[in-house]
Ligand binder design. Structure first.
Ligand code: ACO
Length: 315
């Protein structure tokens, strides 16, 4: 994780906000912020190395690299190409997936499908974002939320399937609920856009909040039904870390006790596609996740997009 911390006290010094408001409305205390010259690929490479070390394998043993991100180093080439080469896996297939904060959930369903189809034996999926590069630090409604980070998993063929159930969705009718207005082909970035900070995230927080709770609950119930299970079978629910109140409400509506819902939002804020693999990686490091545990990864974000994957942990 990037070393520099941005605390609620730091935000108090920059904006008309306060620790009490941020803590009660979001559950956030700290965020890790990448350096000016640290790109998304740098965060992704560090997370990938960590995953390779944990699995005790070489990058050359990975057959395909996927980076889920909405803050790539460049419009193109894909960040995954840079990451694979930096790891020493020149020549291996590599591609990005852009579906905002749902990136990890979509990504793991694709990674698992490529493995299940027999196309690859091992796929590395990295969720990585440098949201600080698109955060408007004059907008207190968003500046308090977003941060930087990366997490990685390796999906490999095994005797039994990891992916048990999957429900994904998207609704692109109102992209402006959560988007970056300028810098794409709809509105190329120009001087006026820069002055308006139109290259930064714009969000209608209340609408996103309601949507997030509804869709995470619906997609989790649907993914468990597809797996022939119910949320009561879930060992650990690992949600996208966007807001502590969203996570609380979703957990309650699914009937999950709080110790089964993994939350690290106080330390990291919202790291978009990175938040689920970071949370998973911490739980694995603590030794919480055991062979055979049933996990649910649930995310939502810009698009609008959402989804849940039910996964049996075979490591
Ligand atoms: N500090 C102090 N006051 C604030 C702050 C702040 N940082 N931000 C907003 N306020 C004020 C507002 O101006 C408003 O004041 P008013 O009543 O005088 O008009 C009041 O607080 C309430 O504002 P709301 O926006 O209604 O506050 P809410 O309780 O909805 O919390 C929040 C805002 C935290 C943004 C919440 O709506 C939220 O988390 N929504 C979901 C956002 C999210 O998850 N986004 C990421 C999606 S994932 C992705 O793809 C990136």
């Amino acid at each position: 994780m990037p070393a520099t911390l941005r605390t609620n006290a730091d935000l108090e010094a920059m904006l008309d906000t306060n620790d009490e408001w941020i803590t009660t409305r979001t559950g956030m205390k700290n965020r890790h912020i990448a350096g000016e010259h640290e790109a998304t690929s740098d965060l992704a490479i560090a997370a990938a190395r960590h995953a390779l070390d944990n699995a005790n394998i070489e990058a050359s043993e990975i057959d395909c690299f996927i980076v889920a991100t909405s803050t790539p180093d460049y419009a193109f080439p894909a960040t995954a190409c840079l990451v694979a080469s930096a790891l020493g896996a020149v020549g291996k297939p590599a591609f990005d997936m852009e579906i905002a904060c749902s990136g990890f959930v979509y990504g793991i369903s694709v990674a698992a499908s490529l493995v299940q189809a027999g196309i690859f034996r091992r796929v590395m999926l990295i969720g990585a974002d440098k949201l600080s590069s698109v955060t408007d630090m004059t907008d207190r409604g968003t500046a308090i939320l977003f941060a930087d980070g990366a997490g990685a998993v390796i999906v490999e063929r095994s005797a039994t399937d990891g992916l048990l159930g999957c429900e994904l969705g998207a609704d692109g009718r109102e992209p402006s609920l959560l988007y970056v207005p300028a810098g794409g082909t709809r509105r190329p970035l120009d001087q006026a856009g820069l002055e308006e900070r139109a290259h930064c995230i714009r969000m209608q927080g209340r609408e996103i909040f309601k949507h997030a709770v509804t869709k995470m609950v619906e997609s989790t119930n649907a993914a468990f039904a597809q797996a022939g299970l119910t949320p009561s079978d879930c060992s650990y629910f690992i949600p996208h870390q966007a807001n502590g109140r969203i996570i609380d409400l979703v957990g309650k509506q699914l009937g999950l006790s709080s110790e089964r819902v993994l939350v690290n939002i106080a330390e990291y804020g919202n790291t978009s596609a990175a938040s689920i693999p970071i949370t998973l990686s911490e739980a694995v490091a603590r030794g919480d996740i055991k062979h055979g545990n049933i996990l649910a990864f649930s995310g939502f974000g810009g698009g609008l997009s959402w989804g849940t994957v039910v996964w049996r942990w075979e490591a």
